[in-house]
Design a protein around this ligand. Structure first.
Ligand SMILES: [Zn+2]
Length: 218
């Protein structure tokens, strides 16, 4: 599985001000020109407003931001009704409001296989293309894809290329390395390989194991 990220898009949401997370974001992020449209070989993101989203983009973004089923269909409705939708979960709302929303297609051999949505500085969701079926998520900058180690590694390799080619994106600030637990000593091994070899030599006990069979990151 050879994946790459394509079609960088970005959107600012008209939340009411969220000062703690704006400060967190300022610490985490570079404060250079947003998007870097004019610098370097990589063009900046396609910028959209909530009114310009397709129905699929609306569905995926609402799903990513809410983490549950809701009675709203569009991002505009979510923003305007945020206080009601996040009632009792104001801390989550604060986190969601932490930064712009950025999203990408994940392409394999010219075919879009997944979309990844990032929001709230350090969070995100990976969906099967065109659906709200979640296959992985991003929490505290880290990708988690415990159910499919090969997908995790393919995303990690694609992400390393993205970091080199498009360092000013929010996606480049995430950490997509795959990690599996050794079945012999329980040590968490990070997998940074380019080759799609499932055999891992544990950095703790030195024994080998098949990551695809025992692989669980958490
Ligand atoms: Zn071990």
């Amino acid at each position: 599985m050879r994946l790459s990220f394509a079609n960088w898009r970005k959107m600012e949401l008209p939340w009411k001000a969220s000062r703690p997370w704006a400060a967190y974001r300022a610490v985490c992020m570079d404060t250079g020109e947003p998007g870097g449209e004019t610098a370097g070989p990589q063009r900046g993101p396609l910028r959209k407003t909530p009114d310009e989203l397709s129905s699929t983009e609306n569905a995926q973004c609402v799903h990513a931001l809410m983490w549950r089923e809701t009675d709203v269909a569009t991002v505009s409705e979510l923003v305007s009704q945020a206080e009601r939708l996040f009632e009792g979960a104001e801390d989550i709302l604060e986190a969601v409001q932490g930064g712009p929303v950025e999203w990408w297609d994940v392409v394999e051999a010219g075919v879009v296989r997944y979309q990844v949505w990032l929001y709230g500085v350090d969070s995100g969701v990976v969906f099967e293309a065109g659906t709200t079926k979640q296959v992985a998520h991003v929490a505290q900058f880290a990708l988690w894809c415990e159910e499919d180690l090969r997908l995790w590694k393919a995303l990690a390799v694609a992400h390393r290329e993205l970091k080199a080619g498009c360092p000013e994106s929010d996606l480049a600030r995430m950490a997509f390395n795959a990690a599996v637990r050794c079945p012999h000593c329980d040590r968490l091994n990070e997998i940074w390989i380019d080759a799609f070899d499932d055999w891992v030599i544990c950095s703790g006990c030195g024994q080998g194991f098949d990551a695809a069979k025992s692989g669980r990151g958490s």
